[in-house]
Design a protein around this ligand. Structure first.
Ligand code: ADP
Ligand code: MG
Length: 238
């Protein structure tokens, strides 16, 4: 596991600056939620941690290593997206094993990691099924399984529940939290949903227009919002 240190990070697409001087310290094992309205820069920040976007200024460190110039595969992270793009012609088992096989992992290790992920996520009854034979929640679990088997130092989630219906969203919130309590893997979780943030986070980072408005534990933000924006967003009466 590892801490993640985002220091004075900026991002511009051409001449358009979308992140300004963003700093966030994420402790080893912490579950941090980036929350804010659509377009405020959450995904861009997460993608920079993942190595899917370059950093225009500042540094990102995972553990002791500054990773600005490391490709995604060398960062020891695993990302779960909203559109979890399972391989349609592979079974659940094959979907989970694929990334490890690509890396040339020993088949015995692959089998053991897939078994462990299936146990954790209750996927054993579905291992031979194809994605089209699964419910939305089951597919989301397979997407998480693909992340878990890699034993990453850091999990990155980008709005992983936004395609699910309301009831399933509540259930998956609990499942993701239980997963975190079990594995204690450092997690950065992006959402625009303040209830998700309040119920899941050890620490919330509230963003607006490419800047951080406030960082704090859920109750801290609720009790002492730094400004009207945070108060309105978190839903505290003010
Ligand atoms: P969020 O995830 O909070 O909704 P994003 O990080 O996706 O926000 O986007 C932040 C801003 O950056 C938006 O204004 C978006 O239009 C812009 N943006 C994101 N990706 C690109 C890109 N590849 N090229 C140009 N602008 C982009
Ligand atoms: Mg986004």
């Amino acid at each position: 596991m590892a801490q993640v240190t985002i220091s004075n990070v900026a991002k511009a697409f051409g001449t358009v600056k979308v992140l300004h001087d963003v700093s966030v310290d994420i402790a080893d094992g912490q579950f941090v939620v980036l929350v804010g309205p659509s377009g405020c820069g959450k995904s861009t920040l997460l993608r920079m941690v993942a190595g899917l976007e370059t950093v225009s200024g500042g540094t990102i460190a995972i553990g002791e290593r500054i990773v600005n110039n490391l490709p995604p595969a060398k960062r020891d992270i695993a990302m779960v997206f909203q559109n979890y793009a399972l391989y349609p012609h592979k079974t659940v088992e094959q979907n989970m094993a694929f990334a490890l096989k690509l890396r040339g992992t020993d088949p015995a290790v692959v089998a053991e990691r897939v078994k462990r992920a299936a146990d954790i996520l209750d996927l054993n009854p579905y291992l031979k099924r194809y994605p089209r034979q699964l419910s939305g929640g089951q597919r989301q679990r397979v997407a998480m399984g693909r992340a878990i088997v890699r034993n990453p130092q850091v999990f990155l989630f980008d709005e992983p529940l936004s395609n699910l219906d309301a009831k399933l969203r509540v259930q998956m919130r609990t499942e993701i939290k239980e997963l975190h309590q079990r594995l204690k893997t450092t997690t950065i979780y992006v959402t625009h949903d303040q209830i998700e943030a309040m119920t899941m986070a050890d620490k919330i980072v509230v963003m607006r227009d490419g800047r951080i408005e406030q960082v704090g534990a859920p109750l801290e933000l609720f009790d002492r919002p730094a400004n009207l924006f945070v108060a309105g967003f978190i839903g505290s009466p003010s």
